[in-house]
Design a protein around this ligand. Structure first.
Ligand SMILES: [Zn+2]
Length: 74
């Protein structure tokens, strides 16, 4: 994996929830800061999990906050 590829992957991704620029790496518990969904949209992992959790709490299927495609693997 070249560094250039890595930069390209993360450089222009903005979190669809917090609108902050995404970055690679993991937090203290080993959870990666950012997650990319199969639809290609990227999010910070924590707000995304909160979003998925609130969907489930309201008995809704979790969907991508940006394009509303269904998130199957949560
Ligand atoms: Zn999406």
């Amino acid at each position: 994996m070249s560094k250039l590829w890595w930069m390209k992957k993360w450089n222009n991704k903005i979190c669809g929830i917090t609108h902050a620029r995404l970055r690679p790496g993991t937090d203290n518990s080993g959870i990666s800061y950012a997650t990319t969904l199969p639809c290609g949209h990227g999010f910070y992992t924590k707000p995304l999990l909160q979003w998925v959790h609130s969907c489930h709490k309201n008995l809704r299927q979790a969907t991508c906050p940006t394009c509303r495609s269904i998130i199957k693997y949560f």
